[in-house]
Design a protein around this ligand. Structure first.
Ligand SMILES: *Cc1c(COP(=O)(O)O)cnc(C)c1O
Length: 467
């Protein structure tokens, strides 16, 4: 097969949403007004938006039709029972509790199981999961596998380091660890998948110690497709069968349906334990809503129910994962050093290697992010020292992230091969004039999650004046 071939879409397009590239002077103006923070740019001023794959996907005709079938009854709506039956069919869990986003499922679960000072191990916590654990007095701990940080092209770099997890349980004692989490795919580790054998091993370790085992399963369907592709013994199984096996090892799961639910909003918690479900629902009613709608309208619940089934379709997954892989290959051909293998939902450019003349303290990832908008109206996000750095409260010294990355997330069923070709072309053009690209300095920042609101100013590279 041609290495640079994009998979043909298993759908055709029925509704279109116009997008346009602003003229260059206008883009400069937009950047200045946004203080070089792409979170502050209006969506209408973006041409290709690769900020996130969360809630940005396109719904199918079946999902739009399902919206009309939404039952908006306060209690016992038909929409809920359709949703419950589908989620139960996939996860095999007894209690299906709808929430309007993944983070609310996190809130109600952690509020129900955590005591102050308890630990929650995870292959890698996603930001909101980490924040929810901390907010309820818990201590989030990450155990990514050692291969996660290597440059080797290995198939399951999202795995849990079970050796370290075992030692940690022995050291702290199982009574201080109410649950172990597995994030599939491992979002904060580049959307890398977790193997079934690693899941089995982790689940066995939890069972042995009487600890609950949970999935954070926003991208479980993408993970199952990777298992089918790369893990021996799964080639002849359907994605649904693989998903059933995956969930069979867990006591429960939390999901943001904004990813593999193929919906713009939604989520759920699924648990087996009756008592735990009762505690969760008690809190749910206070902060979210009655347990047959969570925080969703009936029509949204129906859209999620249909989306969950569509995401298990193998033609869809082949296209989806194939598109992201194609994107990685063309970016590499355009000269961008990327994290390999490509994950399920995004490509990460190593900005420290792409712009080696910009030191960490001048945010090479942000420099590339700004340049993507300046050159091509593209929105990406810095995942480096701007997002994870900060100041040591004792010494006042600037702390840097381990890697200076720029994430280009791919929304589901939204962009075509030509859109991605365009992005690669822009990256190539930026690469051809790297020397003219300077770094940034912060002019204003918040104490927490500074990347959302930070204001920056451009530093001219040596010998060049920035207008
Ligand atoms: C998006 C995401 C969440 C949070 O879900 P929201 O719907 O954004 O609240 C949690 N975990 C993972 C792995 C995610 O990707």
């Amino acid at each position: 097969m041609d290495k640079f071939k994009h998979p043909a879409e298993p759908f055709r397009i029925k509704a279109v949403e116009p997008i346009a590239l602003l003229p260059r002077e206008k883009r400069e103006e937009v950047l200045r007004a946004a203080k070089y923070n792409v979170f502050k740019i209006k969506a209408q001023d973006i041409y290709i938006d690769l900020l996130t794959d969360s809630g940005t996907g396109a719904m199918s005709n079946q999902q739009w039709a399902a919206l009309m079938m939404g039952d908006e009854s306060y209690a016992g709506a038909r929409s809920f029972y359709r949703f419950e039956s589908i989620v139960r069919d996939i996860t095999g869990k007894k209690h299906i509790i709808p929430t309007h986003q993944g983070r609310v499922a996190e809130n109600v679960l952690f509020s129900s199981i955590l005591k102050k000072g308890d630990y929650i191990p995870n292959n890698t916590h996603f930001d909101t999961t980490r924040a929810n654990v901390s907010h309820k007095g818990g201590i989030p701990i990450d155990f990514p596998c050692p291969e996660a940080s290597s440059d080797e092209e290995l198939p399951f770099k999202g795995n849990m380091d079970t050796l370290r997890l075992r030692r940690f349980i022995e050291e702290k004692g199982a009574d201080r660890i109410p649950a172990v989490f597995m994030t599939v795919t491992n979002n904060s580790m580049g959307g890398q998948p977790v193997s079934m054998s690693n899941i089995r091993e982790t689940a066995a370790l939890c069972k042995e110690n009487g600890i609950l085992f949970f999935f954070d399963c926003a991208r479980y369907a993408e993970n199952c497709y990777f298992i089918k592709q790369y893990e021996p013994g799964y080639q002849n199984k359907s994605i649904k069968e693989i998903a059933l096996e995956l969930f069979s090892y867990a006591d429960g799961a939390l999901m943001s349906a904004k990813k593999d639910g193929l919906a713009n909003m939604g989520g759920f918690a699924a648990v087996n334990d009756d008592d735990l479900a009762r505690r969760i629902i008690e809190l749910l009613i206070i902060i979210e809503g009655f347990p047959t709608y969570g925080g969703m309208s009936g029509r949204d619940i129906d859209a999620v129910a249909v989306g969950l089934q569509e995401a298990l379709n193998e033609d869809y997954l082949e296209y989806r994962i194939g598109q992201v892989a194609y994107f990685g290959r063309i970016l590499e051909r355009a000269g961008a050093p990327i994290i390999k293998p490509s994950g399920g939902h995004a490509i990460f450019i190593d900005a420290a290697r792409f712009l080696p003349h910009i030191p960490n303290r001048h945010f090479p990832g942000q420099a590339l992010t700004v340049e993507l908008y300046r050159e091509g109206g593209i929105r990406a996000v810095e995942i480096g020292s701007l997002m994870f750095g900060g100041y040591d409260p004792n010494t006042g010294e600037e702390i840097h992230a381990a890697r200076e990355l720029v994430r280009l997330a791919v929304p589901r069923r939204v962009y075509t091969a030509s859109h991605l070709d365009y992005v690669a072309e822009i990256v190539g053009r930026i690469g051809n004039r790297k020397d003219q690209i300077g770094g940034f300095k912060i002019t204003r920042q918040a104490t927490y999650l500074r990347h959302f609101t930070v204001e920056l100013d451009e530093i001219a590279p040596k010998g060049i004046s920035v207008k």
